[in-house]
Structure formats: C-alpha cells, structure tokens
Design a protein around this ligand. Structure first.
Ligand SMILES: [Zn+2]
Length: 224
C-alpha cells in the first residue's frame, strides 16, 4: 500500500464516523437544544411561521380549545422537520395561487406532552400511546384546515379533534361544498408529499415519517 493510501484510510473512517454523529450547525434558525436528542442533527426542527410565507397558526393545545379542555403547550408554536416544513410550504403556495391557504392546528408535539395527553385520555382510539410515540412527536405530521384569502375558515366536515365518523375521509353525508373543500385540501397536501389519515380529515403525515425519531425537546428550548 502506498503512503498516500495509508493516509487516506483514517480520513475515510473519520468521514464515515461523522455521518451518524450530531453535528454543529451554523444555521441561525436552529438552536443547540435540538441536539439533546441523541443522534438528531440540530437542524432538524424549523419554525414553520418563519419558513412558510402566509401560513396561519391556531395552535389549539396552547389553548383550552381542544378536546382535553386543558392548556398543554407553553407557547403557540409550530415546528416541523425541515423537509416536512418544505412540503407544507409547497401546499400553502399551491392553495395561495387559488386564493386559499392553510391554518395549522398542531405540528411537532414534545413527547412529554404526549405523556400528559395519555394521562388525560389513555385511549388509543384518540391518543397515541407515548410508549410508541405519535407521528406528531417526530415532527412529521401536521393538523391543518383550509382558509380563504382573508383567513376565514372554509366549511369543513367537523371542528378539530372530532372523533366521530363525520371526521372520516370517506364520510359522504355532507354538503357538496364541504366535500369539495375536503378534497381540495387533501389534493394540495398529497401533491406536496403528505399522506392523509383516513379517520381525521385534518391530519396529514409526511411520507417517510418513520425515518424520523421521536423527540422530546420543549418549545422553550427551540429557537425563537
Ligand atoms: Zn394530528
């Protein structure tokens, strides 16, 4: 083996080893806090309000207007994995071109909050078991409604966290405009790279969500 080849081996090993380690980032949007989850790059979660122009937020778990009646988030914020936020940006742009837009109800949800939800409602029909983790805990799912250009809610099958059959995507005993709105939202989200959840018209998972780890970083520890 030549001297050059001998020198190249440790460099190659170093390069391979670095790939799986959390890396420091120079991105100003990102905080050091995200690195606390082992193996998760610091640049994984981004603030959707900053990266999706025109998106509206009504983060229900930061209010009592959710099915638990409890305030579960300290701050009304929406974080998603960078790649997932990019998809949401595409869906928002797609709808904005038609005089519509998105309002998000929930995005990334810290695992600690999932545990509190589970303590309040330990029923897998309504809440994901924190032992398994929710797709929201991975920063790879979003709850969203469609709004008009002025931000008003467009007619939809149900309100948020309605766990009745009426929220199912195949429920058809609805007015034609509601069915059309549901389809328009779903089409925009699917085109952007999301998969619709059959039982909740407002919930969409990013395709490939299983590749993201469950996270437990508080909003307070994410960049503002
Ligand atoms: Zn959801």
């Amino acid at each position: 083996m030549s001297r050059a080849a001998l020198l190249a081996v440790p460099a190659l090993l170093l390069a391979l080893g670095c790939r799986s380690a959390p890396v420091a980032t120079k991105d100003p949007e990102l905080g050091a806090a995200a690195t606390r989850a082992a193996g998760v790059p610091a640049n994984d979660l981004v603030d959707v309000a900053k990266v999706v122009p025109g998106i509206r937020l009504d983060i229900r778990y930061a209010t009592k207007k959710n099915f638990t009646g409890e305030v579960l988030y300290d701050e009304p914020r929406c974080f998603l994995r960078r790649d997932v936020a990019e998809r949401l940006r595409r869906a928002q742009e797609d709808l904005a071109a038609k005089g519509r837009g998105l309002r998000v109800w929930d995005c990334y949800r810290p695992l600690s909050v999932q545990r509190r939800l589970w303590a309040l409602v330990p029923d897998e029909r309504y809440v994901a078991d924190p032992a398994k983790g929710s797709r929201h805990n991975r920063g790879a799912a979003v709850d969203v409604e469609m709004v008009g250009a002025d931000g008003s809610s467009l007619p939809a099958p149900t309100g948020y966290d309605d766990f009745s059959e009426r929220a199912h995507r195949d429920f058809m005993d609805l007015s034609p405009d509601v069915i059309a709105n549901r389809a328009e939202l779903e089409q925009a989200m699917v085109r952007a790279g999301f998969e619709p959840l059959p039982t909740e018209w407002w919930h969409f998972d990013a395709k490939g969500w299983e590749e993201y780890d469950v996270l437990d970083v508080d909003f307070a520890d994410l960049p503002r």
